[in-house]
Design a binder for this molecule. Structure first.
Ligand code: SF4
Ligand code: SF4
Length: 255
């Protein structure tokens, strides 16, 4: 469906990049203190068990990722987006949607299978930046919880409850997620200011939509309804994976 490259040097993308840089500094400082208090972050290069989770992003973040893709990578992202849409159309509930995403839609096409690393590390979205585990990576694997016995689940709960940095229920490091909130806020503000429309949804669907010139033109002129119609015609609109809010048809917005 590709008919254009995304707008380059967009102020919306620039706002996100500044947010990523600031988050990186905040997260590094927090992790230093965490290590001094005896905390452990289990994430490491080549660890990718979380890369088959659904990922929610803003269109602003998707623009940044899209700018880093070559046509072959963009095609793989689009193929993945179409599997996401099919899952959204057919999953009877959210739990099934997430389970199918992890087991059937599968790993992110930007994962480098040879190294287990992210091939677009510098352009990965916020959720990929702020997900850290306070327990070993086996707990991040799809089906980990479902595969535990009752006793193992109780042991997991006890372990999480006594591990600093968690929210007491899951093994992910909660403060590192909270520290990324300014990135979401910066993305929302930039979209509202420059487009008059906020777009949020699935990472691969939105990254694919940035390549659609007609969709982006509608967004940039603040016309959420037209943008939705274009996404629908492209087979990439579904309430579960695309949210467009605000904006009236207008010609006053610029990229
Ligand atoms: S969140 Fe889990 S799977 Fe992802 S990098 Fe960290 S330890 Fe590995
Ligand atoms: S963008 Fe990178 S870190 Fe994020 S899910 Fe894809 S491969 Fe993993």
């Amino acid at each position: 469906m590709s008919d254009s490259r995304p707008p380059s040097a967009s102020p919306v993308g620039d706002a996100v990049r500044r947010g990523y840089a600031a988050y990186g500094r905040r997260a590094e400082a927090w992790m230093k203190g965490y290590a001094e208090r005896g905390g452990q972050v289990h994430c490491a290069a080549g660890c990718f068990g979380c890369c088959n989770m659904p990922i929610r992003v803003s269109l602003a973040e998707a623009l940044v990722t899209a700018e880093a893709l070559n046509p072959e990578e963009a095609a793989r992202v689009e193929a993945h987006a179409r599997r996401v849409i099919e899952n959204a159309r057919t999953a009877p509930d959210e739990e099934t949607y997430v389970e199918r995403h992890r087991f059937q839609v599968g790993y992110c096409p930007l994962l480098d299978p040879a190294s287990g690393g992210c091939s677009k590390y510098g352009a990965r979205p916020t959720r990929c930046r702020d997900t850290f585990s306070a327990l070993p990576a086996r707990y991040c694997q799809a089906g980990a919880w479902e595969g535990m016995t009752r006793r193992e689940r109780e042991a997991y709960r006890r372990e999480v409850a006594r591990t600093p940095g968690t929210d007491g229920e899951l093994h992910f490091i909660a403060p590192l997620e909270h520290l990324s909130e300014p990135v979401w806020e910066a993305a929302a503000k930039a979209m509202r200011t420059h487009w008059g429309v906020e777009a949020w949804g699935d990472f691969w669907v939105l990254t694919t939509l940035t390549q659609n010139r007609t969709f982006m033109q509608a967004v940039i002129r603040g016309d959420a309804r037209s943008a939705w119609r274009v996404a629908k015609a492209a087979g990439l609109a579904h309430n579960a994976v695309l949210e467009l809010t605000g904006g009236e048809p207008s010609n006053r917005r610029t990229a």
